[in-house]
Design a protein around this ligand. Structure first.
Ligand code: ADP
Length: 461
C-alpha cells in the first residue's frame, strides 16, 4: 500500500473523544470536520473542529451518529479523505468501514474484515484458540436454546456466564449460580442481544471468580509490523464497566505479564491486525490468563498507556491509516525493543453518576466548572464547562482525569489531588466514590479484582 497524506479528517463521534482526535489532527496539520446531532447543537466539541455539520436532523439523538449513508454523503460532499470513528457508535461496525472503503474514504481503524471477525466474541475466541492462546472453557457454537444452555452449564459447572456474541460495553451478559437461573437469564440475554446488537447469538462460559481484567495495547501497521505497548489493569468495574484504570498492571507477576504480551501479539499477528487494538484477558488468582475479546478500536482508557509509553495512539492510528510504518519518528515505535515504559498512570472517569442514587446519571446545567491541573495531570473533557447542559441522551462521562508519576503511591496521591481540584457544580458527580477507591487500602495494594467494587460497601459512604 502506498503512503498518502490526508487533508481533511471527519470524526464520526462526539464529546471528549472527538476533541481528543481533533487534537491529534491539529498536531499533524490536518483539517478537521465535526458532525453533531440536534441535541449537541451547543456541544463544545463541535467548536474544536475547523468545520461542523448537523447530522440526522430527523433522527433520534443516538441514531444521528449511527446514520451511515448520511455520514458518508456528508463526507463526500465536503471532500473528506478519512473518517475516525472514535469509540462506541460506529467504531466496530464492519458495514461502516466497508461503506467508507467503497466511497474511497479511508476508515481510520482496521479493515472491515477484521472488524467482522472481532465484532463476534465467539469468532474472536475461536481465533485465539487457533493460535494456542488460552480461552475460558465454554461453548464454541451459538446455543440453540435454554435447554442446551442448561446442559452446558451443568457440564462446565456453576457459576457460569451467558454472553451475547455481539455484546459490548458491559451489556448482554448474565451470571448464573444455579440451574434455575439459566432459562430466565438466557431469555434476558437473547432479548437484549436482539434489541441492542443485531446479533442474537449467545454462548456460555465458565464464570471466573475474582479475576483481574488485564488488557494489552497493540499497534500494527500496513506492512505486517506489530508491537505491544504494555498492559492496563481495568479490574475496577461496576456492572462490568470500567471506572478507574491504571498502567502498568504492576501487581500481576512479571511472568504472567510477559505471557500476556506474547499472546496478544500472537492473536494480532494471526489476523494481520492493522491500527490500534486491545487484546483483553482475565487473570485468575493463580496467575492463569484467558483471552476474552479483542477491541479493534481506540479505547476510553488509552490515555494511561500514552502516559507511560510516550506514544500518541490516536496520532499513530492516523499515520498508520495514511500508510506510514510504525518506525516513523512521529509514531516512534521501530520494533518491540524501542518500547520504553516509565512510571505509573491512572485514569479516573469523572461522570455525572450519583453514587447516592444508585449511580443514576444526573442531568441539568453545570452552574460552575473549574478544572484541576499541574505536572503529570492530563484532562480529556469537553462536556463540562460553566453553562453546559448535560443531556440524558449520551454517556455520562464529564472528564477523564489521567495522572502520571514515578511511583504508584505518588500517582494515587496526585490523582486524588487532581480530582479534588475538579470543581463541578449544578450536577452530581461520582468524585466522592472515585476518591474512596483511590484511598482504599485494597486498591493501593494492587489487590482489586473485578468484583471488588460490589463487595466493598465502604466505597459508597
Ligand atoms: P464487553 O465487551 O461488554 O466489554 P467483556 O467480554 O470484555 O465484555 O467482559 C467485560 C467484563 O465482564 C470483564 O472485564 C469481566 O469483569 C466480566 N467477565 C466477562 N467474562 C467473564 C467470565 N467468564 N468470568 C468472570 N467475569 C467475566
Amino acid at each position: 500500500m502506498t503512503e498518502r497524506s490526508f487533508r481533511k479528517v471527519l470524526v464520526a463521534n462526539r464529546g471528549e473523544i472527538a476533541i481528543r482526535i481533533f487534537r491529534a489532527c491539529y498536531d499533524l496539520g490536518l483539517h478537521t470536520v465535526a458532525i453533531y446531532s440536534n441535541e449537541d447543537t451547543y456541544g463544545f466539541f463541535r467548536t474544536r473542529a475547523d468545520e461542523a455539520y448537523l447530522i440526522g436532523e430527523n433522527k433520534s439523538p443516538l441514531e444521528a451518529y449511527l446514520d451511515i449513508p448520511s455520514i458518508i454523503d456528508l463526507a463526500k460532499h465536503h471532500d473528506v479523505d478519512a473518517i475516525h470513528p472514535g469509540y462506541g457508535f460506529l467504531s466496530e461496525n464492519a458495514d461502516f468501514a466497508r461503506a467508507c472503503e467503497e466511497a474511497g474514504i479511508t476508515f481510520i481503524g482496521p479493515p472491515s474484515h477484521i472488524l467482522s471477525q472481532m465484532g463476534d466474541k465467539l469468532t474472536a475466541k475461536a481465533i485465539a484458540q487457533a493460535c494456542g492462546v488460552p480461552t475460558i472453557p465454554g461453548s464454541t457454537e451459538p446455543l440453540r436454546d435454554a435447554d442446551e444452555a442448561l446442559e452446558k452449564a451443568i457440564s462446565f459447572g456453576f457459576p457460569v456466564i451467558l454472553k451475547a456474541a455481539g455484546g459490548g460495553g458491559g451489556r448482554g451478559m448474565r451470571r448464573c449460580d444455579t440451574p434455575e437461573e439459566v432459562a430466565p437469564a438466557f431469555e434476558r440475554v437473547k432479548s437484549e442481544a436482539k434489541k441492542a446488537f443485531g446479533n442474537e447469538d449467545i454462548f456460555i462460559e465458565k464464570y471466573l471468580v475474582e479475576p483481574k481484567h488485564i488488557e494489552v495495547q497493540v499497534l500494527g501497521d500496513q506492512y505486517g509490523n506489530i508491537v505491544h505497548l504494555g498492559e492496563r489493569d481495568c479490574s475496577l468495574q461496576r456492572r462490568y464497566q470500567k471506572v478507574v484504570e491504571f498502567a502498568p498492571a504492576w501487581s500481576v507477576p512479571e511472568a504472567t505479564r510477559q505471557a500476556l504480551y506474547e499472546d496478544a501479539i500472537k492473536v494480532a499477528r494471526h489476523i494481520g491486525y492493522i491500527s490500534a487494538g486491545t487484546v483483553e484477558f482475565l487473570v485468575d488468582k493463580q496467575g492463569n490468563h484467558y483471552f476474552i475479546e479483542m477491541n479493534p478500536r481506540i479505547q476510553v482508557e488509552h490515555t494511561v498507556t500514552e502516559m507511560v509509553t510516550g506514544i500518541d495512539l490516536v496520532r499513530a492510528q492516523i499515520l498508520i491509516a495514511q500508510g506510514a510504518p510504525l518506525s516513523v519518528p512521529e509514531i516512534g515505535m521501530g520494533d518491540q525493543s524501542n518500547l520504553r515504559m516509565d512510571g505509573y498512570a491512572i485514569q479516573c472517569r469523572v461522570t455525572t453518576e450519583d453514587p447516592a442514587n444508585n449511580f443514576a446519571p444526573d442531568i441539568g446545567r453545570v452552574t460552575s466548572y473549574r478544572s484541576g491541573g499541574g505536572f503529570g495531570v492530563r484532562l480529556d473533557g469537553g462536556n463540562a464547562y460553566t453553562g453546559a447542559t448535560i443531556s440524558p441522551y449520551y454517556d455520562s462521562l464529564l472528564v477523564k482525569v489521567t495522572c502520571w508519576d514515578r511511583t504508584f503511591d505518588m500517582v494515587c496521591r496526585k490523582a486524588l489531588r487532581a480530582i479534588s481540584e475538579e470543581h463541578i457544580r449544578g450536577v452530581k458527580t461520582n468524585i466522592p466514590f472515585v476518591t474512596n477507591i483511590l484511598n482504599h487500602p485494597t486498591f493501593r495494594a494492587g489487590k482489586c479484582h473485578t468484583k471488588f467494587i460490589d463487595e466493598a460497601p465502604e466505597l459508597f459512604e
